[in-house]
Design a protein around this ligand. Structure first.
Ligand code: TEU
Ligand code: CA
Length: 582
């Protein structure tokens, strides 16, 4: 587009294609299904669709294991179907972001089959191969001879032995996801060339999978292994490594700058700090527009990790998001006018790797889930930064209910269950943790209507539909005043129409109150006209107390905000009266 900063006012909608809409009754969502549902997205008002991977893949990790970057997996359709989707989006003024998964490929990618072919193969160095560690009494390749003690994100060691060439290869994720060696310039340029071809085909940006893991710290060495842990933690050696900013800048200059079209880029960066994020997203550095951070979704991890969940500390959550706002705040002049941007936030409650937003950050009790889904939506969308809506979130979809391990499809959950039952953990306790935090919670089909298959498929869905689709579905909400869908639609429209919401500075008020969430946005235009938006959100079932003399009034007054001045104002968004946002 002409406006280089168009993306700062955008709202992104994430599609996980296998669960969005099936059109050929095989039980898997497909690209023609997305094209068939474009009116839903248009009505919602989103600007950008981020499509999780649709490339050719053995589907070990649902497409995050790619065997051909240049083609579409037949499960999802064809290149012609993708072209139709791009045309359909563009015709409605929406843009398409593709998932870029280049920390690793599938082990069935021709690059890897060449690499594993022999030690002398020209592509040997495209991946990370190491000899076994010499351990007296152990045969090379046996457990315990791995080059480092690192565990993989998906259980088991991060190294896989190759019998034919007698070396290990590194895989931070599954054994079918070998890590590429970004130190090799041929690898980097093969990736850049591939990205350019997608841009030239019409895509408008990239969501970059675990992009902060592409530069490892060499030499690779053992990580900290807590007492009783099966593996050491390699994070310090693989996240935000010494060359990551150099690589991203090189990508930016090689792929984006010559095309002179401002695309949208978001880096997925587990373990990123605010300090690192300012480097990734400072426009002057030419890396990416924004990153996904993980601190707020980590707040419910217990000592044993995500499958050992603990209750949400809401004050910690409020403060964490406010810290991110402060770290990436714009430069302002004495009059409060924005004079420059130093970085940018991306804001999300959930995605295909996280439990459902209303179940995790709200209250999915049937009596409360609607108002709760609308409240947490208001909170997220009133933060500064680009909001991401994950499919079904706009309907208030909840976590699912699985009764046994056989219902799960996600390799992270299944591998974890196998590994932990193998060392004697109680299966019921494991299933309880997975019910809370398994990625499959977000991967059940979009609930379109109350018919069998929830309008997602007329066949057998690849994963069970969440049982509440009869009550929670799009047909019951679209065009229905007060519905979760219409609330999201209003919030998205507000971002498009309101400078304070889209661009204004951010202040968290009453930070230590656990039962409410209060924030103030302010925008001063070129003439010095000041606009403010105040959000008062109730975070408990009892609702907000704002009457004269309420404790909340007193606390806000102490921070310089007199609620009396807002009483008659239209621009107070009361999350407990959500239609006020419309
Ligand atoms: O996720 C990377 C990542 O670090 C996490 O979201 C991870 O899946 C989760 O925390 C494990 O507990 C990205 C993709 O979003 C995810 O779907 C892929 O499985 C992963 O990379 C590998 O490509
Ligand atoms: Ca299908």
């Amino acid at each position: 587009g002409d406006d280089a900063d168009w993306w700062r006012r955008a709202v992104v909608y994430q599609i996980y294609p296998r669960s969005f809409q099936d059109t050929n009754a095989d039980g898997y969502g497909d690209i023609p299904g997305i094209t068939a549902r474009l009116d839903h997205l248009d009505r919602l008002g989103v600007d950008v669709v981020w499509l999780s991977p649709v490339y050719r893949s053995p589907q070990d990790d649902n497409g995050y294991d790619i065997s051909d970057y240049e083609d579409i997996d037949p499960l999802f359709g064809s290149l012609a179907d993708l072209d139709d989707l791009i045309a359909g989006l563009h015709a409605r003024g929406m843009r398409l972001v593709m998932d870029l998964v280049v920390n690793h490929t599938s082990d069935e990618h021709p690059w890897f089959t060449a690499s594993r072919g022999s030690k002398g193969n020209p592509k040997r160095d495209w991946y990370i191969w190491r000899p076994a560690r010499a351990v007296p009494g152990l045969k090379p390749g046996a457990p315990g001879t791995e080059p480092t003690n690192w565990g993989s994100f998906f259980s088991g060691p991060a190294w896989q032995w190759d019998e034919d060439t007698q070396e290990f290869y590194l895989h931070l994720f599954s054994v079918k996801q070998p890590d590429l060696n970004w130190e090799n310039p041929q690898v980097r340029h093969a990736v850049y060339d591939m990205m350019g071809r997608w841009l030239d085909r019409g895509v408008d940006g990239f969501r970059m999978d675990v992009i902060n893991l592409i530069s490892k710290t060499y030499p690779l060495a053992d990580g900290h292994r807590p007492e009783g842990a099966l593996y050491g933690d390699g994070a310090a050696q693989v996240a935000n490594g010494p060359r990551v900013h150099e690589f991203l800048h090189e990508m930016n200059q090689t792929v984006f700058v010559p095309r002179r079209r401002h695309i949208i880029t978001v880096g997925e960066t587990p373990g990123v700090t605010t300090a690192e994020a300012t480097r990734y997203t400072d426009p002057a550095r030419g890396e990416v527009d924004m990153v996904f951070q993980f601190e707020h979704v980590g707040l419910t991890d217990g000592p044993g990790g995500k499958f050992d969940p603990r209750p949400l500390d809401r004050v910690a959550l409020k403060r964490n998001l406010a810290d991110w706002q402060a770290a990436l705040a714009p430069e302002v002049d004495a009059a409060g006018r924005i004079t420059g941007e130093r970085g940018w936030n991306s804001n999300y409650w959930d995605n295909h790797d996280q439990p459902r937003a209303v179940s995790r950050f709200g209250d999915d009790d049937p009596a409360w889930r609607e108002i709760s889904a609308k409240t947490i939506a208001s909170i997220l969308h009133l933060h500064r930064g680009t909001p991401y809506v994950y499919q079904g979130e706009e309907l208030g979809q909840t976590n699912t209910v699985f009764t046994g391990i056989d219902s799960y499809r996600d390799l992270e959950s299944i591998n974890y269950f196998r590994e932990r039952t193998g060392v004697g953990d109680d299966p019921d306790a494991l299933l309880a943790g997975m019910a809370v935090n398994s990625r499959d919670n977000a991967r059940t089909p979009v609930q379109w209507d109350a018919t069998a298959g929830a309008g997602f498929t007329s066949g057998t869905p690849w994963i069970d539909v969440t049982p509440n689709y009869g009550e929670i579905n799009a047909a019951a909400q679209v065009g229905v005043p007060g519905s979760v869908f219409e609330h999201y639609r209003a919030l998205i429209a507000l971002r498009h129409s309101d400078d304070a919401v889209a661009l204004g500075t951010f202040r968290l008020l009453d930070a230590d109150a656990p039962d409410s969430w209060t924030l103030l946005r302010e925008y001063v235009d070129a003439d010095g006209t000041r606009e403010q938006v105040l959000l008062l959100a109730s975070c408990t079932r009892k609702g907000l107390e704002t009457g004269p003399g309420s404790a909340l009034r007193g606390r806000l007054a102490a921070e310089g905000v007199d609620l009396g001045e807002w009483d008659a104002a239209e621009r107070v968004l009361m999350a407990s009266r959500p239609t006020d946002a419309a």
